[in-house]
Design a protein around this ligand. Structure first.
Ligand code: ZN
Length: 309
């Protein structure tokens, strides 16, 4: 007979069983300085860490809210959805991926296009949603960008695209690669029409997006320390069998090498966009025109700033 017996089961110390008393989402740990920041403080600072200026990601809707006057815009081509022409499946079927992403983001695909005013300047703008299959460019993203360009031409106004993408969507195969050519061709038309196009590159912008519309801006403006490139550094290292330099494929490095025009802190970025648009000849509406448009829009308010999440 044992002298001594453990009557109760040992305490389960697995991470899953441990519960935190801090409500989730109140605080975030900054990857830049490892400090704990209050979420509301971070949001009030445009998701830039107040301690080390690390740029935390922003969703597509947050981007447009930040860009357009009063956070209001009219969304275009909201209903476009991807099909699954190849009935593609990797670890899970493409169709299932589309559904999960749609549920998680509330969007139909990885891009929101809207028109509104930026400091009084009528403009068309698009922002990519990384939460939707890595912000990848499938048929819908390509089509929406092309239509955004056409809309800008029609309205004789500038185009601003905020890029954040892992590249072309491989689940759509060559159809996603074809978008690169299509988008580039429509952007060439915008150029011939002498209308400004600003590309804003944020962390990360890679693959087929870098290889098409992200690098074709009249000005290519990046946020600090954003990863921008075509192939990933590991792939390049293995191919050329050389160690890559420090800070390779980051905004500052690319600026130094002439790949980018500007690297701007997010807190100053909107002002830079506005002065660049003005410099390129974009004109604000006269106050009377703007008031008239606002009134007209008030009547059909349903579509304005439709994306709330
Ligand atoms: Zn920080």
């Amino acid at each position: 007979m044992a002298w001594f017996k453990k009557a109760r089961t040992p305490i389960d110390a697995s991470a899953k069983a441990r519960t935190s008393r801090v409500p989730e989402g109140l605080w975030v740990k900054c990857p830049g300085c490892a400090q704990i920041i209050y979420t509301k403080e971070l949001a009030a600072n445009l998701n830039v860490c107040p301690k080390c200026a690390h740029h935390h990601p922003m969703s597509a809707a947050e981007r447009l809210r930040w860009l357009f006057d009063g956070g209001l815009w009219t969304e275009h081509d909201k209903g476009l959805t991807s099909t699954d022409p190849l009935t593609f499946a990797d670890t899970k079927p493409y169709k299932e991926r589309l559904e999960t992403s749609a549920r998680a983001t509330g969007l139909r695909d990885a891009l929101i296009v809207g028109s509104g005013r930026i400091a009084g300047i009528p403009a068309v703008a698009a922002a990519m949603e990384y939460g939707f299959i890595g912000g990848s460019m499938g048929v819908v993203v390509g089509e929406k960008i092309a239509r955004a360009v056409e809309r800008a031409i029609e309205r004789r106004c500038p185009l601003v695209v905020v890029c954040r993408s892992g590249g072309a969507r491989m689940m759509a195969g060559t159809l996603s690669l074809m978008q690169m050519a299509k988008v580039c061709a429509t952007l060439a038309r915008l150029d011939r029409e002498r209308l400004p196009y600003l590309s804003i590159l944020t962390d990360p912008t890679t693959g087929g997006v870098t290889a098409s519309f992200a690098m074709l801006g009249d000005l290519n403006i990046a946020e600090p320390k954003a990863l921008i490139g075509f192939a990933g550094p590991r792939v390049i290292e293995q191919t050329i069998r050389q160690k890559l330099p420090e800070g390779f494929q980051r905004s500052e490095f690319l600026l130094e090498k002439g790949m980018l025009d500007l690297v701007v802190d997010r807190r100053e970025l909107r002002d830079v966009i506005v002065s660049a648009l003005r410099f390129m000849g974009a004109r604000s509406d006269s106050p009377a025109e703007a008031a008239e448009l606002l009134e007209a829009r008030g009547a059909a308010d349903a579509g304005v700033g439709a994306v709330g999440s």
